[in-house]
Design a protein around this ligand. Structure first.
Ligand SMILES: Cc1cc2nc3c(=O)[nH]c(=O)nc-3n(C[C@H](O)[C@H](O)[C@H](O)COP(=O)(O)OP(=O)(O)OC[C@H]3O[C@@H](n4cnc5c(N)ncnc54)[C@H](O)[C@@H]3O)c2cc1C
Ligand SMILES: NC(=O)c1ccc[n+]([C@@H]2O[C@H](COP(=O)([O-])OP(=O)(O)OC[C@H]3O[C@@H](n4cnc5c(N)ncnc54)[C@H](O)[C@@H]3O)[C@@H](O)[C@H]2O)c1
Length: 464
């Protein structure tokens, strides 16, 4: 059957943070814009539906369980907490649903019936076919296209894995019964957040990592401090480990593992796979558009987020950059600056902050000590235990380490890692000083409220 082709000025594929923010901005700029999102359950994108927001909602429940469990240390007597995972999941669903409805309202208001729910695939460089969730086939063309299709869990090829049931970051947030023993494959962001969350819910947890240390991009001293506090929570680690085979017998998943020259077998009730993300490019049929990808399948872009095809941009995780919602948002800002505001922005001037939402948090901005050395800087390093911060003592949150790397020649801060209570908030203060290109002495000598965690920056920078 002949399908009519509709023409737009701009089409956005995928409503990640970048896409859903860009759509109203393009409309406001007078462009006839369509946004194509493949699932009604993903309105608002991965962050609010299956990633940041649901995980942090569940982390909040886990931390409540932990506070109640340890309340006696604060002079408050309670009974041992009972975690009802079904109710934790229900709370998460309700937070997600509220945010999804708000996003749907915002997009429908901005786009009217040009919010199209269906999977998009290229049929030519500036032409896409969409099979809508209502079963209609549509052909759309546009002068400019913006790809913001995100990622999905990467499933490693381990013998036996596809024959057993395993969990991903998505399915683990739908469990209604607590795993007795959760095995987590992967000691990065996703693995560690779920490991501590489920340990605090009451599961026995083992984390398997292939590298020598957890969070391989961090300095070893930070990774060691982080591992020590997670071990204090009762989490077990197997590092430098290679999973050779996975089997399922009865209610147990059995992993054959090589650790150094030792072979061992590990049994658990559930297995979570958290070894990175794969790009959502296959369904897009990129060869029809001639858009180039790298060896991992991520779309190649220059520092202005332009693909090799003029008039096609890639934003968010799909372009192979740092995988954070705030980076996807900044990708939107770059497009807005360059295409709407007549500016000239690139990814070159970025400082990338991040926060691992375990308790206490691990926040980072700029270079690690290892990276600063590799880049040839003459550096000075400040370090202090979290217990040196008065606020940490009042809260009974004394585990952790604060570390800063400063350029010895200019006094500018090159990077900072904070493993302490509220680190995700405190790091923004460091980031602002870095962005303003001020010397570290601003944080050493500035008057900061006592007793706050931010005051810890006075203490940290006075170590230099
Ligand atoms: C468990 C987890 C926790 C995380 N926690 C954090 C955190 O705390 N902080 C943080 O900053 N980052 C976090 N991240 C990373 C963060 O979620 C991503 O970096 C962020 O969502 C960026 O998404 P995006 O803009 O690339 O697109 P996404 O949000 O992934 O959206 C892509 C959209 O495209 C749609 N789509 C895909 N293919 C097609 C197609 N062919 N046609 C139409 N639509 C399509 C998808 O359905 C989806 O809605 C977390 C990630 C995970 C997995
Ligand atoms: N708080 C946050 O901001 C947050 C939270 C979750 C996810 N994220 C984002 O999502 C991304 C993906 O998270 P992730 O944890 O899946 O990836 P990751 O890259 O953070 O960690 C994956 C880990 O798995 C290990 N690994 C890979 N293959 C393995 C194997 N076969 N066996 C054992 N270990 C293996 C890697 O060495 C690595 O340490 C993160 O990099 C981050 O950008 C952010």
């Amino acid at each position: 059957m002949e399908v009519d082709t509709q023409h737009y000025d701009d089409i956005i594929i995928g409503n990640g943070k970048a896409g859903k923010t860009l759509a109203p901005a393009l409309v406001a700029d007078g462009r006839k814009t369509a946004l194509v999102e493949r699932s009604l359950n993903m309105i608002g994108g991965g962050c609010i539906n299956i990633a940041c927001i649901p995980t942090k909602t569940m982390v909040a429940s886990a931390n409540v369980a932990n506070i109640v469990r340890n309340s006696a240390a604060y002079g408050v007597k309670t009974n041992t907490p009972t975690v009802n995972l079904a109710e934790v999941i229900q709370r998460k669903r309700s937070v997600v649903q509220g945010m999804r409805e708000m996003n749907l309202h915002n997009l429908e208001t901005a786009l009217d019936n040009n919010l199209i729910v269906g999977e998009a695939r290229f049929v030519a460089p500036k032409k896409i076919a969409v099979t809508t969730t209502l079963g209609n086939n549509r052909l759309l063309t546009a002068e400019r296209l913006f790809i913001n299709t995100g990622t999905r869990p990467l499933i490693p090829s381990i013998p036996g894995l596809t024959e057993v049931e395993f969990l991903t970051s998505e399915s683990i947030m739908e469990l209604e019964h607590l795993p007795e023993h959760l095995i987590v494959l992967g000691s990065g962001y996703i693995g560690l957040e779920f490991a501590q969350m489920f340990r605090r819910f009451g599961s026995f947890v083992t984390v398997i990592g292939q590298s020598e240390q957890i969070l391989s991009q961090q300095d070893p001293d930070i990774a060691i401090a982080l591992q020590a506090l997670l071990e204090k929570d009762g989490i077990e680690f197997l590092l430098k480990a290679k999973v050779l085979r996975v089997d399922r017998t009865g209610n147990e998943t059995i992993l054959q593992i090589q650790v150094g020259d030792r072979s061992l077998s590990l049994q658990g009730s559930h297995l979570l796979i958290a070894v990175g993300r794969a790009p959502n490019t296959e369904s897009l049929n990129l060869p029809a558009a001639g858009v180039a990808t790298d060896t991992r399948g991520f779309i190649q872009v220059n520092d202005r987020l332009e693909t090799n095809v003029p008039g096609i941009w890639a934003l968010g995780d799909i372009n192979g950059g740092p995988q954070y919602t705030h980076i996807s948002l900044d990708d939107y800002r770059i497009i807005k600056a360059n295409l709407i505001d007549g500016g000239d922005r690139s990814t070159g001037d970025r400082l990338v902050p991040s926060c691992l939402f375990i308790d206490p948090e691990l926040a980072h901005v700029g270079l690690t000590e290892t990276e600063a050395q590799q880049q040839g800087y003459a550096i000075r390093v400040a370090k202090v235990d979290a217990s040196a911060v008065p606020r940490a003592r009042t809260l009974g949150q004394t585990d952790g380490l604060l570390k800063a790397i400063v350029d010895a020649d200019t006094g500018r801060i090159l990077g900072c890692s904070l493993l302490c209570h509220e680190a995700g908030e405190v790091i923004s203060t460091v980031q602002m000083v870095m962005q303003a290109q001020m010397p570290y002495t601003i944080l050493r000598d500035g008057i900061l409220t006592h007793p706050t965690m931010t005051e810890g920056l006075n203490i940290l920078f006075s170590k230099l």
